[in-house]
Design a protein around this ligand. Sequence first.
Ligand code: PLP
Length: 359
Amino acid sequence: MQLRIPGPTPCPPEALQAMSRQMINHRGKEFGQLLQSVTARLRQTFQTKEDVLLLSCAGTGGLEAAIVNTLSPGDDILACSCGVFGDRFADIAEQYGAKVNRLNFEWGTPAKPETIRQALRANTNIKAVLVTHNETSTGVTNDLASISSVVNEFDKLLLVDAVSSLGCIDLPTDDWHCDVVVTASQKGWMVPPGLAMISVNEKAWEACSHARMPRFYLDFAKAKDYLQKGQNPWTPAISICYALDATLDLMLNEGLQNVFARHKRVGQMTRNGIKSLGLSLLPDESCASNTVTAVNASDKLDVPKLVQILREEYDVVIAGGQRKLSGKIFRIGHMGLVNEDDIKVTLQAIEKVLPKVRY
Ligand SMILES: *Cc1c(COP(=O)(O)O)cnc(C)c1O
């Protein structure tokens, strides 16, 4: 089967095999070594010298953790959104009582650094900026390097949703001064859902020490405290840790730069293939994502039918659009375990099905 959705992504045999291992004591020495070793390699992939914490939850739990650990009710924040996941990040902050200033960009377009600069100039009370590195719902990768340098000009806290980019698209966490970066196991990491991985730098720790939003399960301070003992505060998703231990080896053996280059190649190949089928991309190519491709169906294609026939007759699983893009686009995931052959198979299947789903 070709599971070409933007998460969960396929797992390599090494990860599946690792997960068949027997349970161990999560308060014992063996788990301690596993956690320390996974954490050390996560720091390499995050390109950070700061702390990386493992929380057992979905990516959304990681986003919630980023908010509740660094902010207080009533804090002014700037939430940059160009799609479903940007909106979700803002919604979480709002739910916990932040004063959310929403900076919305048209879906299919990227967040514009200059607009963010103007918003930060206009409201000097802003404490933190929320940004999605790779907006999975529209297939857009934001220019995080430029955005982070703007946020840095104003010395604000930068919280980054990198759930569908980290480990696939270059994100030098420290060089770009990203204070909290969130990712999740079932995206580029080639393991099942169950873990959120989060970097927290010194500036974020400083914010944590004053943050008054309620938190218990997702408390960064508890996670750091226990990490020093080689533990999690709660019972962690041990099997996913086994799998991550295996896939981090695969990623680092391939070499981070090579992993990024492979995603760039398959991203480009997907876009070229789609265009040669006479279809168009939702975003401009200058900001098109190398982990997920969003294709316009316009009023010409029956997306649910396309998805169904691909699944039933070709064993290829793709995703439709979300919310207001439902029926308007379809999406092809290409993050984690993916190479040129996978894209070839996917594109060939789409080519065969297209004539059957045109209105
Ligand atoms: C998948 C995704 C999420 C949510 O992750 P869950 O594990 O489903 O909670 C958040 N942000 C982005 C950009 C994503 O792609």
